[in-house]
Design a binder for this molecule. Sequence first.
Ligand code: SF4
Length: 655
Amino acid sequence: MATERYSVLLGPQGPLARAVAGFEPRREQQLMAEWVGETLDARGMLAVEAGTGTGKTFAYLVPALLSGRQIVLSTGTRTLQDQLFHRDLPVVAGALGRPVRIALLKGRANYLCRHRLELAGSQGQLPGFERTSGRTLARIRRWARTTQSGDLAELSGLRDADPLRDAVTSTRENCLGADCPEFTRCHLVAARRAAQAADLVVVNHHLLLADLAMKDEGFGELLPGAEAVVLDEAHQVPEIAAQFFGASFTTRQVAILARDALAELGRAGLATEPLRARLAAPETAVAAALAAVAGRGERLDWPDLPAAFGEALATLGAALADVAAALEAADPENSGLRQCRRRALKLAETLQALQDADAESGIRWVETTGRSFTLSFTPFEVAGRLGELMRARGCAWIFTSATLAVGNDFSHFLWRIGAPGAATLAIGSPFDFARQALLYLPEGLPDPASPQFTERVLGAALPLIEAAGGRTFLLFTSHRALREATDRLERLPGFAERYPLLVQGREPREALLARFRTLGNAVLLGSASFWEGVDVRGDALALVVIDRLPFAAPEDPLLKARLEGIRRRGGNPFQDFQLPQAVLALKQGFGRLIRDRADRGVVAICDPRLRTRGYGRSFLAALPPARRVTSEAEAVDFLRGRCAPVAELTEACGT
Ligand code: SF4
């Protein structure tokens, strides 16, 4: 019955086919819709790997909208969040004739805080900001008069990293809540109310998991009403979840507190010299802590910290408590000062908790930039807690992504989300990889640890780039390799003139991708952030070169914590974690190439371990079924279009 229903709705004569130009009925999509519909009815748990081109968005939106239930849709990126809310949901709801109330809810940091804008404006030249900030602030104030949503995304050109964002948005700690003079006009409050009243609310994983764990920016009221949660780009969930089960303390919070407290005191006419001195004491302690670890590197494990650092932390804790006392004494009735006082106490408490954390249950470390530092704690195990929290909600949970399984095995993903018993479904891509793609494994490259490795990778890539006429992604697993490759290509005579080089970090990611699509002969060099969530269809991309297998950096403290957790429960960290993680990451990287039935091209993976190590088989088995070659000539011919589609390739290319 359900089968028929979805094959009609998503079939050639169905409402979606009538409403969406270029809609292609796909059996894979209908199958996924059936499973999602059944899971919604049963309030079950389902993990669906849907290969590229399945059309998974419609496959969960159709049953979600038909169910008539209250549903939370969660995505990994803002881009997909916006796309669902502004484009896909209205289209599917319209096609199905289901008028539903939909809402978009982002994290706090996306909404203008009217109170803090007022505070920032009252400070004249903002301490710690450049002169250009004054112009940006004026622009924000003009926009603030007219915006309906308060979503800072409306302000084009305001960079994510612009420090003014902190000054005009709120955090859970500095929000005045019901005490706020702007409460009735607050954009965040309005967005949350709309989310609670909606049938379908679109959020991101950070917000969802914060809500689930009742942490930080979550407000704990999103999930109680939900009858189902659908998580797209779900491969990101375990990593994000881990952040909500640990704790961190950053000196930026100390600096922002001092700035806000000073502004509140100024507004109240209470900024006396003695008070200013007490407000400055925590920053003096921060400076002492920084001096204690100066020159010792950017990341330090807790046991390696010098005694002087610990002493500075103790002084810092006491100074924060003193700030709280000073603000209380200044004016106990002032709501802004009360909030700053709570923040100072909370910071002191977190700092103490981090110092007291049980070394047997997790890992602690310090990261420093030289001007600030962050203390972090992450527990060895988070999956069990995450699973418990999800089950306690009693609603349906649907996880989907193009990469959840290693081969057809979901156990790694299910273990990481603490849901080993969830139902699973693997749906292959409808694309014809055997015809559309070639996997090239160059021979004779050195071990990735060799100092010549990146140079040799470029040597293997250059003939292919020439054959493709640019149109290449060069994907690296480290920033060091990315820098070296950029440097070498820029020095290669005539290369950058023929093929515009687009380098990660030089422009925002979306701007680089937009230029890549339009140029049509560019070479884009990227590391982690270009391995996933990048969709370049059509002729602009014909070649993806991957330098090495994407094993996570072993010095990463989060990874260390996880591996230690596995060891403690008797597992094998490499087999149970590092290998499946790297396989999933490689699938993501490979997935950049073929995004459409008409796409065609080559993926070159230059890591010889793919063929020389036993674990190489796990990687190869998990990749889409493109034909594998080790001959450069064949790869070049395929790119030049001299080789016919694979059906005829065997003879034409001589293999
Ligand atoms: S309620 Fe909080 S977020 Fe809203 S305007 Fe006031 S301080 Fe800002």
